[in-house]
Design a protein around this ligand. Structure first.
Ligand code: TYM
Length: 336
């Protein structure tokens, strides 16, 4: 069985369509026939200052949505990053083998730090990718299902694993990014050349899966398109329509060619209505299920704690072999 690991930051009340189509949809599929670990990376979320009550609420809301979207805690290990100290411990080791220049080249760091300016950028944002490498390598993951925006972080993770292995002996599995070509980058509906993101300046182009059918239908109907008439996939000259085709196709299971055919002779208005219908129908039951799960907070936390105990067995073992490889004198923190 292949080991899978991926993570999501609890930085919003609702997952957006990019999170689902770029990552979580694959997570659900990869539960079958693999040993899958999925982590809500609350420590990573601390790189953005958040009100404590909101962080707590978003962490549980993320868990509820992941389960409602199809993660089954009996078939995968779903847990919260901060429940295991091993993530920080291994993160530090990677900070000690990552070059300053190498970390400075991470585009997510560059973008985010440029936006807020050097004085307001926290050190945690700089070391973020080393904690992410720890998340992955602790579990000896073979595959990491993510969207395109995470490719560079996975590349760094691979470099760190190889570097450690060649210096200190084989300790880590070198993972591969698992990126679905068709839905690797879902774009903002108002700016269809930029990725859909929870940190977008305006929420008008972001489809939150928990939003009401009305709100999402309105956003889809006002999506930016082009001056043409044809519903055709062409990312260069029709980025808006192409994005909507990707969304429809990923959720309805119809191919892009089938959809192009279906909308021959029809206008963009009809097509947008069809996309809105597919999106709202798909996520309506998810919203109900997520709300239901959140009503039993104690039960939800228990699921996550059980997940953490399963994760600990693997994480603790990897940390022990890492410490051994480095020549650190073993303490009592390791499981028998
Ligand atoms: P995060 O929380 O920003 O996003 C979670 C997942 O959603 C994907 N994604 C998208 N995919 C397609 N189109 C989009 N517009 C879009 N927006 C987001 C992301 O690629 C991601 O897969 N650094 C990670 C979290 C992380 C992690 C890990 C991931 C921490 N440790 C270990 C994998 C393995 C992040 O910020 O994802």
């Amino acid at each position: 069985m292949k080991r899978i690991l991926s993570g999501i930051q609890p930085t919003a009340e609702s997952l957006h369509l990019g999170n689902y189509l770029g990552a979580v949809k694959q997570w659900v599929e990869l539960q079958e026939g693999n040993d899958a670990f999925y982590c809500i990376v609350d420590l990573h979320a601390l790189t953005i200052e958040t009100e404590p009550a909101a962080l707590r609420r978003r962490t549980l809301a993320s868990a509820a949505q992941l389960i409602a979207l199809g993660l089954d805690p009996k078939r995968c290990t779903l847990f919260i990053q901060s429940h295991l100290s091993e993530h920080n411990q291994l993160g530090w080791i990677f900070e000690c083998i990552t070059g300053f220049g190498e970390a400075s080249r991470m585009t997510q760091f560059k973008d985010k730090s440029q936006k807020s300016g050097a004085d307001r950028t926290v050190v945690g944002l700089f070391t973020y990718p080393m904690l992410q490498a720890a998340d992955i390598l602790l579990y000896q993951a073979n595959k990491v299902p993510v969207g395109e925006d995470q490719r560079q972080h996975i590349e760094l993770t691979r470099d760190l694993a190889q570097r450690f292995n060649s210096k200190y002996g084989d300790t880590f599995t070198v993972p591969e990014a698992h990126i679905m070509k068709a839905s690797a980058k879902i774009n903002d509906l108002q700016d269809p050349t930029a990725k859909m993101s929870k940190s977008a300046a305006s929420n008008a182009g972001v489809i939150d899966i928990l939003d009401s059918a009305d709100v999402n239908a309105k956003k889809i109907k006002s999506a930016v398109t082009d001056t043409g008439k044809e519903v055709k996939f062409d990312e260069k000259s029709k980025p808006g329509i192409s994005n909507l085709l990707t969304i429809h196709s990923s959720l309805s299971g119809k191919s892009i060619a089938e959809l192009e055919n279906e909308f021959i002779g029809k206008g963009y208005g009809d097509f947008k209505s069809a996309v809105a219908e597919v999106v709202t129908e798909y996520f309506a039951p998810v919203k109900v299920k997520a709300e239901e799960l959140l009503k039993d907070e104690v039960g939800l936390i228990e699921i996550l704690r059980e997940g953490a105990e399963k994760a600990r067995v693997v994480a603790n073992r990897t940390l022990k072999s890492t410490y051994d490889a480095l020549g650190l004198v073993p303490g009592k923190q390791f499981l028998p």
